[in-house]
Write a protein that binds this ligand. Structure first.
Ligand code: SF4
Length: 245
């Protein structure tokens, strides 16, 4: 039986924010970013804590965002679904299809908490690029997310991303008071075992972090030494460190 899709007006997304134009979130592209409301985790360094609840004042209906995007056809290259955690919203696959049908490239930023939800959106064929957070070694996710066993789903989501064949990035935010060099080594081993060949370490940015002790930690600034970077590259392959050192 043919699958039926919701009509344009029945797609429901809780949109907590909209960035109409960015040149830095997807290299080489003029992009808009749709920030979706809701996240099941409470990462200690979260810069988007206001998006964590499933509802919040000021949310905008998807139909309004879709109209804004329609008006930018021919001007923008791409649309990025970010959050919060976009895959927590069950209509995300349909919204991604609508955006792709407008002719945009589509990217997804996800923490991978739910591999089934992630698979549902990746198998639409609408997603051109996926950025998956790798919070910590999978057994230690709670150190960051404050949710027990949260690495279990993330481990399966890594498999989903690698098996999808979709262009991707695996990204870890590094704060030296939250993750040690041994944690980084363990992440590199786990990614290598899964078959990944490239990993992005994003140095923690104090700006915008709501947690004072993390902003003011004596462990800052975050830094990955040349020796450690070489060690991680030997374990995994390409390791890129982003942010100021
Ligand atoms: S997964 Fe992202 S949005 Fe959710 S709490 Fe962590 S940093 Fe914040």
């Amino acid at each position: 039986m043919a699958e039926t899709f919701p009509s344009e007006d029945t797609v429901r997304l809780r949109v907590g924010g909209f960035e109409p134009l960015t040149t830095v979130d997807w290299e080489g592209r003029l992009s808009a970013v749709v920030f979706l409301q809701g996240c099941p985790w409470r990462c200690r360094y979260c810069h988007n804590a206001e998006l964590a609840a499933l509802t919040a004042p000021g949310m905008r209906p998807w139909a309004e965002i879709r109209q804004l995007l329609e008006a930018r056809v021919g001007f923008l290259d791409a649309v990025i679904f970010s959050g919060g955690e976009p895959t927590i919203q069950s209509d995300l696959p349909h919204a991604a299809e609508q955006v792709a049908e407008l002719g945009f490239e589509v990217a997804l930023h996800t923490n991978g908490f739910d591999p089934n939800a992630l698979s549902a959106v990746l198998t639409t064929g609408a997603i051109d690029f996926v950025a998956l957070d790798i919070k910590a070694p999978f057994e230690d996710y709670e150190l960051i997310t404050q949710v027990p066993r949260s690495g279990d789903g993330a481990r399966r989501s890594l498999r989903v991303v690698l098996d999808s064949g979709i262009a991707h990035e695996l990204r870890t935010t590094y704060h030296p008071a939250l993750l040690s060099a041994d944690h980084l080594r363990q992440i590199a081993r786990e990614l290598a075992e899964a078959g990944a060949e490239r990993w992005i370490i994003q140095l923690f940015r104090p700006q915008g972090c709501p947690v004072r002790w993390l902003r003011e930690s004596i462990a800052l600034p975050a830094h990955v030494s040349a020796e450690l970077r070489a060690e991680l590259s030997a374990l995994l392959g390409e390791v890129e460190v982003r942010g100021t050192e």
